[in-house]
Design a protein around this ligand. Structure first.
Ligand code: GMT
Length: 374
C-alpha cells in the first residue's frame, strides 16, 4: 500500500507512535509518505520506502497565526494526487482529521477518492478536543473519517462519552519495538549515578501539569526516607522550574538529577529499578511501556488507559491519582529484595505482548478493511 501519515513531529507520544508505525510499515514493503511541518525526530535516516513531505506554512503580516490547517490540507492534496496514495492515516484529531476531511473533499472534486483513518491519542479527546472551542469540529471530523482507532479501550469510551459519535471506533493499542527498547549493559552509568548501590527511580515526560511530576518528587522524597535511592527526571516542559524549586525546598537536590530531553532514553531505562507515572490523565502511557521493555517495573496512577497496560501486583502497582502515601508504600514493596526481580521479569513479559510485530498487522488489516469499505 501507499500510505500518507500525518502527525506532530515532536517528542510527544502520538508523533513517536506515528513515526514508528510508518517505519515498521516501510520495513515490510509499504510505501510511506510522512506529511508534517518538520522532520519527525525518529526519522533521521534513509530508507527506500520512506518519504518526507514538509508542509510549507507561508507567513503574511496580516496573519497573527499562520493558517497551518490550510497549508496541511493543500499538502495532503498534492501528495495524495502525485504520489497516488491509497490511504491517509492521521494521528491526533486536531487539526489533522479536519484537514484530512478538507483534502478529501478537494480531491473528490477532482475525481480522486482517498480513504482517511484517524487515530485518537488522548489529549485530542480528553483535554483539548472536548473544549467547546474545538468540540464541533472534532465530532464532525471523527464521524466523517472512513476509519477511526483509539489507543486504549478507555479512550474509546471517553470519546463516546464526550462526543456525539455515530460510528465504530476500533481499539488498536500502542506498541514498542523490542529490538530498540531492551535492557542494555550500562553498569558504568549506574555506578556513576548510584555509587552506593542506591535504588534508581526514573520518570520521563513532557513535564506538563497533567503528568503530576510533583507527585513523582514527593513519592521519591518519602521513599528516600526509608531506603537509599536516587531519582532521574528525563524530559522538559512547563513544570520543570517549579520542580527544581520543590527539590530545593525538600532538600533532595543531591539525589535528584534533571536530565532534560534525551533521544536515547532506553539507556537510562536500562539501569532503572522503578518507573513512576502518576499522571492525572493518560490514554495509554507509552513511556511506561518503554520502561517495561527495558525490564523496569512501573508504579502508576489509575488514570485513563494505564490499568490496561499495568497489571496491578504483577508488572508494578496501580494507585489512585494523587495518593502519595499509597504510592510510597507500593514503591517500597516493588523495590524490596524479595520482589524486585519478579516484577522486572513480569514487566518485560507484558511488554512483549505489545511488540510492534503483534500490533502492526492489526493496522494493516484495518487499512485494508477501510479501503474496501470506503
Ligand atoms: O501525553 C502527552 O502529553 C502527549 C500525548 C501526545 O499526543 O503525544 O500523549 C498521548 O498519546 C500517547 C501516544 O498514543 C499516549 O501514550 C499518551 O498516554 C497520551 N497522553 C495523554 O493521554 C495525556
Amino acid at each position: 500500500m501507499k500510505i500518507g501519515i500525518v502527525c506532530y513531529p515532536t517528542f510527544g507520544g502520538s508523533g513517536v507512535v506515528a513515526t514508528e508505525l510508518g517505519k515498521g510499515l516501510a520495513k515490510v514493503g509499504h510505501e510511506i509518505h510522512f506529511i508534517t511541518y518538520s522532520q519527525p525526530s525518529r526519522l533521521d535516516f534513509f530508507s527506500e520506502n520512506l518519504y518526507y513531505h514538509e508542509v510549507d506554512i507561508k507567513s503574511y503580516p496580516l496573519f497573527e497565526h499562520a493558517p497551518y490547517e490550510l497549508a496541511l490540507a493543500s499538502k495532503m492534496v498534492s501528495v495524495v494526487k502525485y504520489e497516488h496514495l491509497d490511504l491517509l492515516h492521521v494521528h491526533y484529531a486536531i487539526p489533522h482529521a479536519s484537514a484530512a476531511y478538507m483534502a478529501k473533499q478537494i480531491l473528490k472534486d477532482q475525481g480522486i477518492h482517498i480513504p482517511v483513518v484517524t487515530t485518537l491519542h488522548g489529549t485530542d479527546i480528553t483535554l483539548v478536543g472536548k473544549d467547546p472551542s474545538y468540540e464541533p469540529v472534532v465530532t464532525f471530523s471523527i464521524n466523517k473519517s472512513d476509519g477511526v482507532t483509539a489507543v486504549s479501550e478507555d479512550l474509546r469510551k471517553e470519546t463516546f462519552k464526550y462526543f456525539d459519535i455515530q460510528r465504530e471506533i476500533e481499539v488498536i493499542p500502542n506498541f514498542i519495538d523490542l529490538s530498540r527498547f531492551k535492557k542494555q549493559k550500562k553498569e558504568h552509568f549506574k555506578m556513576a549515578i548510584c555509587p552506593n548501590n542506591e535504588k534508581l527511580l526514573v520518570h520521563t515526560s513532557n513535564f506538563r501539569k497533567v503528568k503530576r511530576v510533583e507527585d513523582v518528587v514527593r513519592v521519591f522524597y518519602e521513599v528516600r526516607k526509608e531506603i537509599p535511592a536516587k531519582l532521574l527526571l528525563v524530559g522538559d516542559g512547563p513544570e520543570r522550574d517549579k520542580m527544581e524549586r520543590l527539590c530545593r525546598e525538600l532538600g533532595t537536590c543531591d539525589d535528584i538529577r534533571f536530565l532534560g530531553k534525551l533521544d536515547a532514553v532506553e539507556e537510562v531505562l536500562s539501569v532503572a529499578d522503578l518507573f513512576l507515572m502518576p499522571s492525572e490523565k493518560e490514554s495509554f502511557g507509552l513511556a511506561a511501556l518503554e520502561a517495561m521493555a527495558c525490564e523496569v517495573p512501573i508504579l502508576t496512577s489509575n488514570a485513563g488507559g494505564i490499568p490496561e497496560l499495568n497489571i496491578d501486583g504483577v508488572t508494578g502497582h496501580v494507585c489512585e491519582v494523587g495518593d502519595i502515601q499509597d504510592m510510597k508504600e507500593k514503591a517500597l514493596k516493588i523495590l524490596s529484595e524479595e520482589n524486585l526481580a519478579t516484577f522486572k521479569t513480569n514487566a518485560l513479559a507484558r511488554a512483549k505482548e505489545f511488540d510492534i510485530s503483534q500490533i502492526l498487522p492489526r493496522y494493516v488489516d484495518y487499512y485494508q478493511k477501510t479501503i474496501e469499505k470506503a
